[in-house]
Design a protein around this ligand. Structure first.
Ligand SMILES: Cc1cc2nc3c(=O)[nH]c(=O)nc-3n(C[C@H](O)[C@H](O)[C@H](O)COP(=O)(O)O)c2cc1C
Length: 306
């Protein structure tokens, strides 16, 4: 008999640890042509604000050594638009046993609160809300608020009383132990890390940025060892569960995050390179758990031996 892969991410019961990283998986339906998305433990939708955002100018994405760099800037249709366009699909996905985590974006504390209130009112399909305080590609809000313990705590203190659903926080790759502790103290149910790493890519012939902005967010395989280290640091610092994100390409990469202390693990940029990667990665994860000779994937969480 195969081992149990079921995990609980801060009150979100997932049939297996696999999630998708916000912004790399649209709203889920875009991937239905490649495989049955309901095989995943959860999906996390693209960051969404109370009102629609246009995002940054093109070009927004460029290949770099070891991954990609993007400055999409959280383009989104607003909560009402998301519900109108995808609400029925997302409710159906949840009914099929795949949890739906809706990511929340804002430029200010007030905008985060407004978006959470709209999700509460209009999105019964949301299994949980993930507050994005780590986007490197917006002028205010995002990483500007999430890169100090005080700024991060202020956002969560404001939104926590507005929802009784599981509340996740997407963290930036900075000051991880102290910010993780501040978020736990404000009542976050789980932490997701890492968001993309601020970086630059320059076309030396034109002397221009390869993006429409000077800087963007680095993602992909190059981020993986950094993300594993940061998940390990967070898991040491807090007792709430952690979802690991960064450079996952295989079941072994997922296993590394679990051994470092992650409860769930998200596939990000790999969805763009290999849109049907999730069933392969899930099968590789199952094989690893069986190979380890345990009945339950939870027995492997934090089982790193040094
Ligand atoms: C095109 C693109 C769009 C992204 N949009 C978001 C987003 O809306 N919200 C967010 O928290 N992270 C966003 N991210 C970051 C990913 O969720 C993830 O944290 C990061 O890419 C690291 O994982 P990876 O190396 O597996 O891609 C985006 C990444 C990419 C490549």
């Amino acid at each position: 008999m195969s081992a149990s892969l079921a995990v609980n991410l801060g009150g979100i019961a997932m049939k297996n640890p696999l999630n998708t990283a916000s912004g790399t998986f649209g709203y889920g339906w875009q991937f239905e042509g490649f495989y049955d998305v309901s095989c995943l433990g959860a999906i996390t939708t693209k960051g969404c604000a109370a009102e629609p955002w246009a995002g940054n100018d093109q070009p927004r994405m460029a290949d770099v050594y070891g991954g990609m760099i993007n400055s999409v800037g959280l383009q989104n249709p607003g909560v009402r638009g998301l519900v109108a366009q995808c609400g029925e699909y997302l409710a159906g996905l949840r009914a099929e046993g795949c949890q739906v985590i809706c990511q929340v974006a804002g430029h200010s504390v007030e905008e985060y609160v407004a978006a959470v209130e709209l999700f509460e009112e209009l999105a019964p399909f949301a299994s949980g809300l993930e507050i994005n305080i780590s986007c490197p590609n917006i002028a205010c809000g995002g990483i500007a608020m999430g890169s100090t313990p005080e700024g991060a705590a202020e956002v969560i203190r404001a939104v926590r009383p507005r929802t009784s659903r599981p509340l996740l926080v997407k963290m930036a790759p900075a000051r991880v132990p102290e910010i993780a502790k501040a978020l736990e103290a404000e009542g976050a149910d789980a932490l997701t890390l890492i968001n993309s790493i601020p970086g630059m890519a320059i076309d030396v012939h034109t002397r221009r940025s390869k993006l429409s902005k000077p800087t963007g967010g680095l993602s992909g395989p190059l981020c993986h060892p950094i993300a594993v280290r940061m998940v390990w640091e967070a898991a040491q610092a807090v007792s709430i569960p952690v979802c690991g994100v960064g450079g996952v390409r295989s079941g072994e990469d997922v296993a590394e995050f679990i051994l470092a202390g992650a409860t769930a693990v998200s596939i990000g940029s790999q969805n763009l390179y290999e849109p049907d990667c999730a069933p392969r990665i899930l099968a590789e994860l199952e094989a690893w758990v069986d190979e380890q000779g345990v009945d339950d994937v939870n027995d492997l969480r934090g089982a790193l031996e040094c």
